[in-house]
Ligand binder design. Structure first.
Ligand code: PEP
Ligand code: MG
Length: 560
């Protein structure tokens, strides 16, 4: 048995027979331009575009029904690439020079792909989208392996250099036991789809994956982020069990009886059912940005009220709604956002709500307080608070809105109020901040970024952007201590909370609540039940005293 390390995308596992996908045979040399009839090539191209458009529409509908409208939007972006004048102009020129349509497509798309590849972060992922559209067109023109993915034998493990969103959408979870790719990260579109449709997946395995031959027995351990080549019987049986952990509905506590709330992070309406099915206690982070993205104007108070009402009534437990958190990596086109050289250090989160977006903030608070009146389970929190003054201003805004609603005779909630701890500044002011609120929720994605001075978007500093570094753990401990001193609950809603390998440590650090993507809830609930608080505290002490991340990892592995 050989183990290849990658990045786990879902805490699911599977085992099956490896099949390589996507080694697109290079096109043969183009014929002599004199043999090409540009008019006929234009017609072939037009037919291929129609085929691609129909396929994309079908896949969009399928994904919309199975996953949700927002995930399906990627296919609309692909249709736009099909019609992009710069690209179609390039194809047209190449046909005019005497290239067959498929070669013309290769050349014109190649230029765009190269351009995106030269960019950073999310823009670089657009190269994948363009590649996807190119391959679709070339397949339609050459009648290639269009249905290969849809007609796989059962228990196939797909191996690929990379998978595009369309490839992933075409995978049938009934037949595919999982996939592994050489490239890609946790935020790539393929990874997001895999999480949404519940496929075992490991990405970013690197060149080592090339050595795995088709036909080999391969296990995918999405929880550990490992590809197991020719697993032994015991490992194979374990991985074939898929999700080893049963869903637990209802509250969980540690072996010695400490209650830990395990909640879901929700970023769109399509995630509601998944969160409930995963046995969530409530919502620990509702990212309201989804309401504002992909449209031409902000939603008005009534539209927001309807959506919040629907969200709050979907859960019996507490729903923590975060007020709008834009800026940084979340720009909104219709907002007047300045060009900033360093947007993660610029006008983000509550800074905008107290500045240029104050009216929008008030509208959102009105909608929230109205929706919370009937539901009774609303909590509200503010993102990216750095100073006590900001928190006071945000709390004043809530009070003003409540007074306005009262004077208008409109029923409104008096919600629990809290804030996110995402900046080192807020950690150092945690006692003063905690004295003003009902809870603190630690956003470890940003807290790790700002504590370690390592962008959450830059793969080259991924090793630094890791909450297991002792300074991040000490920041968490300091926050918990300040919160408990002030008598308020403290949770984590960053990605860290969803890693079951860290649950014991987080319980030991004193967290009261952990909020995560729905797919990891059953594993974290199981991990909570397997935790003994005294041992967890002991682990936390060792981790807090560690000098390096490696020492923390050794402590987690029981070696320190
Ligand atoms: C965080 O920063 O950890 C967090 C939960 O907020 P977001 O990921 O939305 O920035
Ligand atoms: Mg954040």
């Amino acid at each position: 048995m050989r183990t290849l390390d990658g990045v786990g995308v879902t805490p699911l596992s599977g085992v099956g027979t490896a099949a390589w996908y996507g080694e697109r045979a290079a096109l043969p040399e183009p014929p002599d331009p004199a043999e090409i009839d540009p008019e006929a090539e234009r017609e072939r191209l037009e037919n291929a575009r129609n085929v691609a458009r129909t396929e994309l529409e079908r896949e969009r509908e399928r994904v919309e029904a199975a996953v949700g409208p927002e995930e399906a939007e990627i296919f609309e972006a692909h249709v736009q690439f099909l019609d992009d004048p710069q690209i179609t102009g390039g194809v047209e020129d190449a046909i005019g020079e005497g290239l067959p349509a498929e070669h013309a497509v290769e050349r014109a798309f190649g230029a765009g792909i190269e351009q995106f590849e030269g960019m950073e972060g999310r823009m670089a992922e657009r190269a994948d989208d363009l590649r996807d559209v190119r391959d679709r067109l070339v397949r339609a023109l050459t009648d290639g392996d269009r249905d290969a993915l849809a007609t796989l034998p059962e228990d196939t493990v797909i191996l690929a250099e990379r998978l595009t969103p369309s490839d992933t959408a075409r995978l049938d979870p009934e037949r595919v036991a999982g996939f592994a790719t050489a490239l890609g990260g946790r935020t790539s579109h393929a990874a997001i789809f895999a999480r949404a449709i519940g496929l075992p997946a490991v990405v970013g395995v690197g060149d080592a994956l090339d050595e795995v031959e088709a036909g080999t027995n391969v296990g995918i351990d999405g929880g550990a982020g490992e590809v197991l080549v020719e697993p032994d019987d015991e490992t194979g049986d374990r991985l074939a069990g898929g999700r080893a952990v049963a869903v637990r509905h209802g509250p969980v506590s540690t072996a010695d009886g400490t209650d830990i709330e395990v909640a879901a992070n929700v970023g769109r309406l399509a995630e509601l059912d998944g969160a409930r099915e995963a046995g969530t206690d409530g919502v620990g982070l509702l990212r309201t940005e989804f309401l504002f993205l992909d449209r031409d104007a902000p939603p008005d108070e009534d539209e927001q009220y309807e959506t919040y009402t629907r969200l709050l009534s979907a859960f019996e437990g507490r729903v923590v709604v975060r007020t709008l958190d834009i800026g940084g990596d979340k720009p909104i086109p219709y907002f007047d956002q300045p060009e900033e050289t360093n947007p993660f250090l610029g006008e983000r989160g509550v800074r905008r709500s107290l500045g240029p977006d104050d009216e929008l903030f008030e509208t959102q608070l009105r909608a929230l307080l109205r929706a919370g009146a009937a539901a009774g389970n609303l909590s509200v929190m503010f993102p990216l608070v750095a100073t006590v003054g900001e928190l006071d201003a945000a709390l004043d805004a809530v009070e003003r809105v409540a007074d306005d609603l009262a004077s208008e005779g409109v029923e409104h909630a008096v919600p629990e109020l809290g804030m996110m701890i995402e900046t080192p500044a807020s950690v150092f002011s945690a006692p003063e901040l905690a004295a003003r609120v009902d809870f603190l929720s630690i956003g470890t994605n940003d807290l790790a970024q700002y504590t370690m001075a390592a962008s959450r978007e830059n793969e080259r500093v991924a090793d630094l952007h890791d909450p297991r570094h002792p300074p991040v753990l000490r920041a968490i401990r300091r926050t918990v201590a300040a919160g408990h001193e002030a008598g308020v609950w403290v949770g984590i809603c960053g990605e860290m909370a969803g890693d079951p390998a860290l649950t014991e440590l987080l319980v030991g650090l004193g967290l009261d609540e952990l909020s995560m993507s729905a797919v990891t809830i059953p594993d974290v609930k199981a991990a909570v039940e397997n935790t003994d608080r005294e041992r967890a505290r002991d682990l936390a002490e060792r981790a807090l005293a560690a000098a390096t991340k490696d020492d923390v990892i050794r402590a987690l592995d029981g070696e320190l």
